[in-house]
Design a protein around this ligand. Structure first.
Ligand code: ZN
Length: 225
């Protein structure tokens, strides 16, 4: 027999099944269908359920979840925000003056956090890039977030700029420094005196920002490892 971990009744017309990352079975069912009928229908899907649960259990064991605990702090644009574990919510991971994660999704917390950070990094960094690109009159070709292990940014000879998504954890002035650094590479390919002179015109305190990144960058790089 199949064990239903959570049964959610709604106005929907058909049965919906979900296997949570910790291998629990959630069944969504129409209001009028009886429990015995639900169980009958589930029998027909037994092998699918068992298979999905097996995969979920294996993944669950492979990724210990102690890392994401209540009140643990996470960085976002230079500020630290606490994580709160919720029993129930529409969205597996949300952000509102802090992070809210649904308990059922703890085993995939790392993946959810990385996805969230990448999404924010893309829009926020692109906004800064476009701002400075307009200000300087330097035109880049394409922008994407990168997943590099050591580099904060790169600028190809074709004018494509990549910036590490982990940079979204740094303060805004550090994000801006990396953005400006890569934009100046559109004009000066290497780290010559000419290059640093151009950076200096835009950000006279660039040395402090560079130093901050050297001293604290490793914390951001390892934050979600
Ligand atoms: Zn450079």
């Amino acid at each position: 027999m199949v064990k239903i971990d959570k049964l959610i009744r709604s106005k929907r017309k058909s049965l919906g099944l979900e296997i949570t990352p910790d291998a629990r079975l959630i069944v969504r069912a129409p209001l009028k269908i009886s429990l015995s009928d639900i169980k009958k229908l589930l029998l027909g899907k037994l092998s699918w359920i068992r298979e999905k649960q097996k995969i979920a259990r294996e993944k669950h064991l492979a990724s210990p979840s102690e890392k994401f605990s209540d009140m643990e702090e996470f960085l976002y644009v230079g500020e630290s925000y606490p994580l709160v574990i919720l029993e129930n919510s529409e969205c597996p991971l949300s952000f509102n003056k802090g992070f809210q994660l649904v308990r059922d999704y703890l085993p995939s917390a790392q993946k959810l956090f990385i996805e969230w950070y990448k999404k924010q990094a893309y829009s926020k960094i692109k906004e800064r890039l476009d701002f400075y690109s307009n200000l300087l009159g330097y035109t880049y070709r394409r922008f994407a977030v990168s997943d590099a292990q050591k580099r904060w940014g790169s600028c190809s000879s074709k004018g494509n700029i990549h910036i590490n998504w982990r940079l979204i954890m740094a303060p805004l002035n550090i994000i801006d420094y990396v953005v400006i650094h890569e934009l100046v590479h559109l004009k000066e390919r290497n780290h010559s005196k000419k290059f640093w002179d151009k950076v200096k015109i835009i950000r006279s305190d660039y040395k402090q920002r560079r130093k901050w990144l050297k001293e604290n960058g490793h914390i951001l790089m390892r934050a979600l490892d």
